[in-house]
Design a protein around this ligand. Structure first.
Ligand SMILES: *[C@@H]1O[C@H](CO)[C@@H](O)[C@H](O)[C@H]1NC(C)=O
Length: 264
């Protein structure tokens, strides 16, 4: 959606009062009345058409794939995600064995690069999630279409099945430094998370790079319960292509935040 340009008056700018003649005033009143009638008509028409008229003005190049394309939906959510909700089995004494959750920053590619579908993330043993995964590396991550307020903005409650979400279960695998995959994952993380560079550089925090080795992918994007996507179908799906698979229809996943490498 393009944001209309609005020219604001500069602070302190003098407005020169102009006295309109009676004839001009009549034209202004008529103009306002006609505009009001036109706008009311458009609003009613749009309501009758279920809001589809205004959709014409919306940019849908970043719209999610159809809900029946489960593998693509999963890849779409993964590629767009800057973070996931990650569940682990707690090792904290009072809730030993309970499911526990955390927010973990992720990247499946560098900003503006092609999707890989593999989630890379940093962990530190100072954090309970890494401690949990150190004991038992089984985890589940949840990603929702509402992470960038898509559902909220479209009036869909995030718990409605039509607000797509995926639950990926698997294991956290540490990636050895010096490997090509390490380089790839680190570049992806630094690109999307400038803050991650600081985490890694901070003495004593010992952040280490991991990836999610997938066991199961559950896609819940419509009524009727989740659909399970095989890892093969998931890896083969390409969210960078537009829904009708036009060869020239490369999908650009826009920046969510932090496009600069400035430290903060
Ligand atoms: C996931 O883990 C399994 C078992 O350890 C391993 O054989 C496989 O290569 C891993 N997959 C990826 C994509 O790393």
């Amino acid at each position: 959606m393009t944001i209309p340009t609005v020219s604001y008056k500069k602070f302190g700018e003098q407005t020169v009062p102009t006295v309109a003649t009676v004839g001009t005033k009549r034209w202004i009143v008529l103009y306002i009345m006609v505009s009001a009638i036109l706008l009311t008509t458009l609003a009613c028409w749009n309501n009758l058409a279920n809001g589809s008229l205004l959709e014409v003005f919306q940019d849908d190049s970043d719209a999610p794939p159809p809900h029946t394309e489960y593998a693509k939906m999963a890849r779409y959510l993964v590629h767009k995600a800057e973070w996931v909700s990650m569940g682990s089995l707690s090792t904290v004494a009072a809730i030993q064995g309970f499911p526990m959750v955390n927010i973990i920053s992720v990247a499946d590619s560098a900003r503006d690069e092609k999707s890989t579908g593999v989630l890379y993330f940093y962990l530190t043993m100072l954090d309970y999630t890494a401690q949990d995964l150190h004991k038992d590396n089984r985890l589940t991550v949840m990603l929702t279409l509402d992470q960038n307020k898509y559902c909220t903005d479209n009036g869909i409650d995030p718990m409605e099945p039509t607000c797509a979400r995926i639950m990926i279960s698997g294991r956290a695998d540490k990636i050895e430094e010096g490997t090509d995959e390490f380089k790839f994952g680190q570049t992806a993380m630094f690109s999307r998370h400038p803050a991650a560079k600081k985490w890694v550089e901070t003495d004593g925090h010992n952040f280490f790079l991991c990836k999610l080795n997938i066991t199961q992918i559950a896609v819940l994007d419509f009524y009727g319960g989740p659909h399970y996507v095989t890892v093969e179908d998931y890896m083969a799906a390409d969210p960078d292509k537009t829904v009708n698979n036009n060869a020239d229809g490369e999908r650009q996943i826009p920046a969510r935040f932090s496009t600069t490498t400035e430290a903060y």
